[in-house]
Design a protein around this ligand. Structure first.
Ligand code: ZN
Length: 559
């Protein structure tokens, strides 16, 4: 009895040692494979969804098919707590941050547009008077990344191999195509609202390639706009959203009521800009992106290619109808199909292990003011024009000259510095008096002195976001902070731009190549981490203004 027990135990021990030996040998082989160099994806597809809050992944989950968002979530890696590290949360700064790993304080993209003290005019983030339009109306094409002061991961990829990787940016919005593609891209294409064509600028090309001209000649924007926009599922199934008609929704340009069906062919229009505010703008973007992949033969050379796609219709629809509208939900259900189509194309033509996808957003969005108020949440809208008058009147009454306010732009007060000096005024005194006055206004949470940022006693994360958004050559003197769910603008429709969570928390999904399925549930990550993480995957230098860290994303061994 005792003998057989000893025998059994020794058998177990022998088995255990044998198993351990196998495990160690396997791990050694495994480790060698993990650490062998040179495995890079043949193609990276960056997908930015304009105005996508992270919770949309979950709110609309039951309506998604198995081949789009769900496939990225279940088959890829999900950084669930990814936030923007600065304000303002807007499209220009967002795309700059995603692709450069940088912040406005370094990359210079302090908003979609900003007031220039030098020219006394508004500067648009990608405007460039030195270049011409290629393939479209003149004004729509005078664009380049000249205002972006740092390199992007797409630049670094091109720099890493003597410009042999192909990099292309695509979006309806010029800034969402140009900033991701960087300074050294082969091309960036965006939609010309006047002609409905995808165009570029002489910064990249002298003429549009044949395939782009062929695509444009099909007149797809017009074809899409000849259809009505109906809900994909029966409208009664949209239980995740508000009823179809709410007074705090805004209307499509030219339409009288925010309800389905949106009879697009009956809406009077000049040009094709209307497509932007419908999910068909995303369909068009997807069609053009698949054409680019195919006709540019992307992902088939020995160097990694990079396609940067940004879906903008989600933003236009979101602004118009608000995040709780059936229109927004339906737009995401349709975008899910767009993503599925792109994934199917890539699986078939590139192969699942050869391409890497990441998906994120350039900013989130606040609930519509009326929606919040209806549900007893504190919220409000401040008229920007009235607010500007309020400031200049106060400065006039208190310091004798209303022209002390040079501009109120992007929630920032630009003082007329020459006037401050010539009148012998103390800027700190102006700040103190103005702050006391503005704090008496409804919805104003704080006034921040941008010239002495550390002296402002506010919550640390918010202070850091303001600091990260400040670039001395382009920013104003004082920043007005509104309370959560308050905005400058109208009570109808929705907006973004703040440092609050609804604007800063966005999805971050990784899929394909060597990405192991999983999710980071606890650790916080920054959108600025995306570019350095990609740089690490690609074994290239990080973009020069990168402030992010490399994310811990588990990878399969190289087989
Ligand atoms: Zn927007």
């Amino acid at each position: 009895m005792l003998h057989s027990a000893i025998k059994k135990v020794s058998q177990y021990i022998f088995g255990f040692i044998l198993g351990l030996t196998f495990l160690l040998i396997f791990e050694k082989v495994h480790a060698q494979k993990v650490f062998s160099y040179g495995s890079k994806p043949k193609l990276i597809v960056g997908i930015v969804v304009d105005q996508m809050r992270y919770d949309y992944l979950y709110r609309f989950y039951s309506k998604f098919g198995n081949g789009g968002f769900k496939k990225l979530m279940s088959g890829g890696f999900n950084n669930r707590n990814t936030l923007y590290p600065y304000i303002p949360t807007a499209t220009g700064p967002g795309h700059a941050c995603i692709y450069s790993g940088s912040i406005p304080a370094l990359d210079g993209i302090i908003d979609n547009e900003w007031y220039s003290r030098q020219s006394k005019k508004i500067m648009y983030c990608v405007s460039d008077s030195m270049v011409q339009s290629v393939g479209g109306s003149p004004n729509a094409g005078m664009m380049s990344p000249q205002n972006l002061l740092v390199s992007t991961v797409t630049d670094q990829l091109r720099l890493s191999n003597n410009f042999q990787s192909k990099v292309i940016g695509i979006s309806q919005k010029d800034r969402a195509s140009i900033l991701p593609a960087g300074h050294t891209a082969n091309a960036a294409y965006w939609l010309d609202g006047e002609t409905g064509n995808f165009i570029s600028s002489t910064y990249y090309l002298k003429t549009l390639p044949d395939w782009v001209q062929d695509f444009n000649s099909k007149g797809k924007a017009g074809l899409y706009l000849s259809q009505d926009w109906n809900t994909v599922f029966d409208i009664s199934k949209y239980t995740e959203s508000d009823p179809d008609f709410e007074p705090y929704e805004s209307n499509l340009p030219g339409e009288k009521s925010p309800v389905f069906p949106h009879q697009l062919s009956k809406i009077p229009r000049k040009g094709f800009d209307l497509i932007r505010s419908t999910p068909f703008g995303n369909d068009l973007t997807k069609d053009f992106a698949i054409s680019a992949l195919e006709k540019e033969n992307m992902g088939h050379s020995s160097f990694t290619d990079f396609l940067a796609i940004s879906f903008s219709s989600t933003d236009y629809v979101g602004h118009t109808f608000g995040p709780n509208s059936i229109e927004v939900e339906d737009t995401y259900i349709r975008l899910d199909k767009n993503i599925e189509e792109i994934l199917n194309y890539l699986d078939k033509n590139i192969g699942n292990r050869n391409y890497l996808i990441f998906l994120t957003a350039d900013h989130g969005v606040a609930p519509t003011v009326g929606y919040s108020q209806t549900h007893n949440l504190p919220a409000g809208a401040v008229n920007g024009g009235d607010f500007t008058h309020l400031i200049s009147d106060f400065l006039g009454k208190t310091f004798g000259n209303s022209a002390l306010l040079e501009r109120f732009s992007n929630d920032q007060i630009y003082l007329n510095q020459e006037l401050v000096n010539s009148l012998g005024l103390n800027e700190d005194l102006i700040f103190q008096k103005l702050k006391t006055f503005l704090l008496s206004q409804k919805g104003v949470s704080n006034l921040i002195n941008l010239n002495h940022i550390q002296n402002n006693n506010i919550e640390t994360d918010l202070l850091n976001r303001i600091k990260n958004g400040y670039y001395a050559k382009r920013s104003g003197d004082f920043q007005v902070l509104l309370e959560p769910n308050w905005l400058f603008g109208r009570a109808q429709g929705a907006n973004h731009g703040t440092g609050y969570h609804y604007d800063t928390h966005v999805p971050l999904l990784w899929y394909g190549w060597r990405i192991k399925p999983g999710e980071e549930t606890f650790k916080m990550s920054s959108v600025a981490d995306i570019a350095p993480t990609l740089s690490s995957f690609l074994q290239i230098e990080e973009p020069n203004g990168s402030t992010g860290k490399v994310l811990e994303i588990p990878l399969w061994p190289i087989l």
